[in-house]
Write a protein that binds this ligand. Sequence first.
Ligand SMILES: [Zn+2]
Ligand SMILES: [Zn+2]
Length: 177
Amino acid sequence: MVRKMHFQGRRQVNRRAGQLVDKCRCSRRTGVILVATFGGDGLSCFDCNLDVAASSIGVGPDDQFVLHRWRDAESALYSLWTASGSLESFAALSLRDEGTWTNQLRRTIRRRIGRRHRCWMQLFQSTSDQEFGRPHRCPSCGLQPELIPVSVGPRLACRRCWFTWFPAEGSAGRRAA
Ligand SMILES: [Zn+2]
Ligand SMILES: [Zn+2]
C-alpha cells in the first residue's frame, strides 16, 4: 500500500538532487509550505520541497509555539491515517475538513508567517482520490489551480486561498484542465 504523497515527493526530490539532503539550500526561495509530515518545524520550501527551519526565516518564539502546536496535531492525524486502523477514515476526514481545529490553527499560523513570507498550505489528498495530484478545482474558492514552475517541477496552487498540491508523477508540464 503506497499512498503517501508527501514521502513520494521527498523521494522525488532526493533522486533528482542525487543526494540525501533534508534542508533547503535555495539561495532564492519564493515561499514556504506548511507541511507537518516532513518533521522539522513543519515548514518546507515551495521551490525544492525540503525542510526550512522556522528560525531561519525569522519566525519568532510565539509564532513557533503556534506552528509546533499545529505540526504536532497534524502529525498525529497523519499517523492515525497511515496506520490504516479503525481511525483511518476519521483521520482522513479531519485532515480534509477545513473547519477542524487543526486546519483552523493552520490558517492562523499561515496568516502570521504570511505577513513576511509567501506561506502556502498543502492540501491533504489520498492516492485513492480520483483527482490525486490533479485537482481540477480549489475546494475553497472553486477556481482552477494554476501551475507555478519551481525547481521540483510545476506545482499546482490556488493563489487566492494559499493552497498548494504536489502534482502526481507524470502530471508535470501538464496544464490544469
Ligand atoms: Zn528550497
Ligand atoms: Zn482557492
